[in-house]
Design a protein around this ligand. Sequence first.
Ligand SMILES: Nc1ncnc2c1ncn2[C@@H]1O[C@H](COP(=O)(O)OP(=O)(O)O)[C@@H](O)[C@H]1O
Ligand code: SF4
Ligand SMILES: [Mg+2]
Length: 322
Amino acid sequence: MTNQALLKVDNLCTYFKLPKPHLFAEAPTVFAVDNISFEIPRGTTFGLVGESGCGKSTTALSVLRLVEPTSGSVRLNDADICKFKPGELRAFRRHMQIVFQDPYSSMNPRATAGEIVQTPLKIQRIGTPAERQQRAAELFELVGLRREQRDLFPHQFSGGQRQRIAIARALASKPEFVVCDEPVSALDVAIQAQILNLLRRLQKELNLTYLFISHDMAVVQYMCDEIAVMYLGQIVEKADRRSLFVNVQHPYTKALLSAVPTIDPDVKVTSQRLQGDVPSPMNPPSGCRFHTRCPIAEPVCRNEIPLLRETRPNHLVACHLV
Ligand SMILES: Nc1ncnc2c1ncn2[C@@H]1O[C@H](COP(=O)(O)OP(=O)(O)O)[C@@H](O)[C@H]1O
Ligand code: SF4
Ligand SMILES: [Mg+2]
């Protein structure tokens, strides 16, 4: 494993303009992703964690340019994805793929599993039909399915098996970089471990680089080398796994962790329950965006934006009181 960054995201912003509520009103803006930066070294897994609606999926889609970022840059292997023309972007997609939470909704119910797995190869015009069939057979075995199952339809598989098909499809074009957006959130706990272990094995075998998204702290702890905690479109804490769980610093991360039972004896979390709902990303709170829910907020938190700064080696926190 080298330490060189495969993916480099700088000052990424993705805002959504909503329709005007009436003629003379201003169009409301959703600040879904608001100035985030991170790097992922080749062969490693970078986790994004946070409550629903904090901007994880928008980050993922923006990084792949399945949603247009408002500003910032995304580099994969030094190619600036944000500057690609449509044709270049289409060709580049073979290097970066995504696995969604619910594979069923992204599968044509009338296509066989074998055809589904070949889709990226057809779109990219990779190989002859016979070669694509052969590749699909290999991919089925790679993800722990039987070759003969290629002729079955999506509804004939279990949820876990469908996620294996989605992973096979994502790997068909031999990408270096794979986004996993809540890949196990829809699965039973027993099946979750199987899929997570499959992803880890594939990473080792194929030297894959993952952007791994989950709202579940236990899952990111199991999967990720480095983790960023998001709140209302921003990163509030970022560290390698060990440091994040042992030296947790941000009040929001502490609150997320207090909801998770941990088996690591070194992890000591003072219980700080989250109060209230997540504010709207259309109208984020002033100063520290977490101040409306923070158990230790002080007046400064309402007025001044805390910057993300290094408090320990490779451990960044955005909080006035840390
Ligand atoms: N296409 C869109 N148009 C308008 N708002 C959106 C769109 N996609 C996401 N959002 C909003 O952006 C915020 C972040 O959403 P999302 O990235 O899906 O969060 P997460 O994946 O962390 O649950 C939410 O408030 C969501 O409603
Ligand atoms: S800056 Fe203030 S409100 Fe924000 S997390 Fe820190 S203590 Fe809480
Ligand atoms: Mg999401």
